[in-house]
Design a protein around this ligand. Structure first.
Ligand code: BYC
Length: 474
């Protein structure tokens, strides 16, 4: 029997909700089984300096202490309710926000929640083996923090399924623990979550690019007319920020270290840079190309009747919906999308309602471009003549208008042979991955020490020094 308030910090009155307790009594042991099987490898006895959310108040959402991860208190938190909140877009605009699931949207809403929920355990599975090759104790602690919080985000979606969707919600919650990233028979739902994350460069790229899709999707769901979903996503966003920080600063530190070595030895040739045990900028660019393009696919088709339905029904809004100045119904508006006609990429205006995936993707690209600009500054400050670039939106896409076409890095429409000729120049080759992984054959865990291929961060976690013992191995 679980002591609910102690074991599961929450602000959903779990202690008095018998239905929810019964559902969790079945699910919680299955979740623990999943964590032991698929959570960070060989980590169960480690004591990790982690933050745990124990309330949504400013002093409660980031409590730091040593915790064994299987004993992490995965909690259920919703942003406090605003009694006056309304549905802010679509055909129900102006009605009070829904506190229960509207019958006619039940299956659509369940699907969106399941798709969101599915990504969370998927990312933990993808990152499962990385602890054994971490570049420092600081980084090891950070990946564990990301992992336990993705676990909590799964709990957040399972709470909604259990509380609002009855039996089929409980079945979906079980299925979330049964699918496996990359499994041939029972894979995760979305493409990027079935790709391996085989090394730390991939991990930082993933947390920069793919966790940021998480941010934008959560922002869109935080606008939902279904108030419990909106409030759940708002709280998840507070945690998401740290994940993107880990990614952005991780790549920054790799670039910084590479530039230091290039400058010190006055070298630019990638083979010579590699010989000094750091990752050449060309390889970093290829990883960037891969993670960017795979993540762009996560926004769905450029023209999507699903997206139009989500919006019109009031289930999923746009990025910062309430800050936008238009009718929030989109009955007349148009939006540009691109399609491949013959050997050209052609712009075409379509009803804005159908282009909401593309619009969210464009919002995302804007923010990504800023982040890549910050990476570029590190290279510029070192005085190295190398430009990181974002590939064309159509490059290496598997979903939407560009799927099935061979689009080059600058948007050139190629045939299969033309693409093949450049593939290893644009995407990480097996040889690139072998090289990156050859730098990461063991873990660096002496407090304050960092692997040769990455610079130390500017500061530690929660004002602790860099040589703080972030993980105790027991
Ligand atoms: N891979 O109209 P379409 C995160 C499917 S990340 C495979 O194009 P729609 C996190 C689609 O399901 C954020 N399949 O798309 C990050 C549909 O299937 P059916 C995750 C795909 O429905 C890091 C068909 O293609 N959250 O939190 O408008 C670490 C045609 O649909 C893909 C969400 O995604 C793909 N990439 O939009 C941890 C929010 N793309 O119906 C966590 C919830 C599309 O033909 N999800 N399909 O079987 C959604 O809002 C929508 O499902 C999508 C797709 C935006 C993903």
């Amino acid at each position: 029997m679980i002591d609910y308030t102690e074991k599961i910090p929450n602000n959903v009155d779990l202690g008095r909700d018998r239905g929810l307790q019964r559902a969790l009594e079945h699910w919680q042991p299955a979740y623990m089984g999943w964590w032991y099987d698929m959570g960070p490898n060989e980590s169960h006895n480690y004591e990790v300096y982690l933050r745990t959310a124990i309330s949504v108040e400013a002093d409660g959402w980031a409590q730091f202490d040593y915790v064994k991860m299987p004993e992490y208190r995965w909690g259920i938190f919703l942003q406090p309710r605003d009694e006056k909140r309304e549905v802010n877009f679509g055909m129900h605009k102006g009605q009070p926000a829904w506190q229960e699931v509207p019958g006619e949207y039940r299956s659509t809403l369940r699907r969106v929640i399941v798709t969101q929920g599915d990504t969370e355990p998927a990312s933990v599975e993808q990152q499962r083996l990385l602890g054994s090759s971490c570049p420092s104790m600081y980084d090891l602690r950070n990946i564990f923090q990301v992992n336990v919080e993705e676990g909590r985000h799964l709990w957040a979606m399972v709470y909604l399924l259990h509380r609002y969707f009855g039996r089929d919600g409980r079945e979906e919650a079980e299925a979330l623990l049964a699918r496996r990233s990359g499994d041939a028979d029972n894979p995760r739902i979305l493409g990027a979550f079935n790709e391996p994350t085989p090394d730390w460069l991939a991990f930082y790229m993933f947390t920069f690019f793919t966790d940021r899709d998480g941010k934008f999707q959560l922002c869109a769901l935080a606008e939902s007319g279904f108030d419990p979903l909106a409030r759940t996503c708002r709280f998840m966003l507070t945690e998401e920020a740290h994940h993107m920080f880990v990614g952005e600063t991780g790549v920054t530190r790799i670039i910084k270290r590479t530039c230091e070595v290039m400058k010190e030895h006055k070298l630019e040739d990638p083979a010579q840079v590699r010989a000094l045990g750091v990752i050449d900028l060309q390889t970093i660019q290829r990883y960037l190309n891969f993670h960017y393009s795979v993540t762009l696919d996560l926004y769905g088709s450029d023209v999507s009747s699903n997206a139009a339905n989500y919006f019109t029904s009031g289930l999923k809004g746009r990025f910062r919906e309430t800050k936008l100045e238009d009718d929030h119904v989109l009955s007349e508006a148009e939006y540009p999308v691109y399609e491949v006609i013959g050997e050209k990429i052609v712009k075409k205006n379509v009803p804005a309602l159908t282009a909401l995936n593309e619009r969210l993707r464009d919002d995302y690209i804007e923010e990504i471009a800023d982040g890549v600009g910050r990476w570029q500054r590190v290279i510029d400050e070192a005085g190295i003549p190398f430009k990181l670039t974002l590939p064309h939106k159509g490059f290496h896409r598997a979903i939407g208008n560009f799927a099935g076409h061979h689009i080059g890095i600058n948007g050139e429409v190629l045939n299969a042979d033309g693409w093949k000729k450049h593939e290893d120049e644009w995407l990480p080759s097996a040889e690139d991955q072998k090289f990156v992984q050859s730098l990461m054959t063991g873990r660096v865990v002496e407090p304050g020490k960092f692997a040769n291929w990455i610079a130390p961060p500017l500061r530690g976690i929660n004002s602790k020094p860099l040589d703080f013992e972030y993980v105790r191995f027991n």
